[in-house]
Design a protein around this ligand. Sequence first.
Ligand SMILES: [Zn+2]
Length: 316
Amino acid sequence: MKGIIDAHCDVLSKLMMNPALDFSLDDSGLDVTLPKLRQAGVAMQCFAVWIPEPVNDPGMKHLLTGVELFWDRIVGQAGMKAIRTAEDLSSGTDNGQQCALLTVEGADALNGSMDHLRTLFQLGVRCLGITWNYANWAADGVAEPRKGGLTLKGRQLVKECNNLGMIMDISHLAERSFWELDELSSRPYIASHSNVLELCGHPRNLNKRQIERISERGGVIGINFFPPFVSTETEATIDHVIRHIDTVCEWGGERSVALGSDFDGISKKVKGLEDPSGYARLGEALAKRFSNEQVERICVRNWYEFFVTQLPKSEC
Ligand SMILES: [Zn+2]
């Protein structure tokens, strides 16, 4: 067992809004901190750069501030091991190091520039969410009323991500954009933090056909812990989270489901799963429903195998 892998948290957005927060300290006001990751046995955490809405100019300047925070505060000061290659991931987890993978949520700041995309890749970004909830130059997000697909530039973005080896993340993407990306992409893609629409009818969730398709393509879906995506009941519980895991397992197979907490990006919490310390409770609850091997797949191996296959083999 190499330790838990979580494909999405928003620590960097909180640091962008309040640089005084300290990721190295347990009581820093962050859901995800280095002490909590260590205590919970998290082997790799993905850190998304998402430009918070109050920032009026979502350009490269702000995106690069987030990238810099990752290198300074998560890798530099806190000492997590940055994962850029498959070799980084296998050696880091073998050595029991806490690993960190840099992602970007929403291609807005790239402003249609493939040079910017290549720059981000050079700076260590390995996974790109095409949109947030709104439309951008590349595609429509889930909240866009016109429910559009990819733009011409967005099609170019998919091709260039394929060429570079930038993993594409379809969480937040409008359904039509999703199917167009699926048709164009030669590589598997992921949903880093999305749940099952048929269990909880929030537009951010994925329907059965999407779940089956992501799995057929060799992608993985990280289950999100934000109560409005988990349950329509007043209080979302760990059992509700497990229903999503179970359903993705049933529709996509046991290799397609993993974790995508959304910690630090969510204002409400699932009871008992408020921060990484809740993984122990989630693990116990999973063990009642799944075999040890399946629990390990869900919490560890599915993301591990995906990333170790999809990341560049060595530094390019
Ligand atoms: Zn998100």
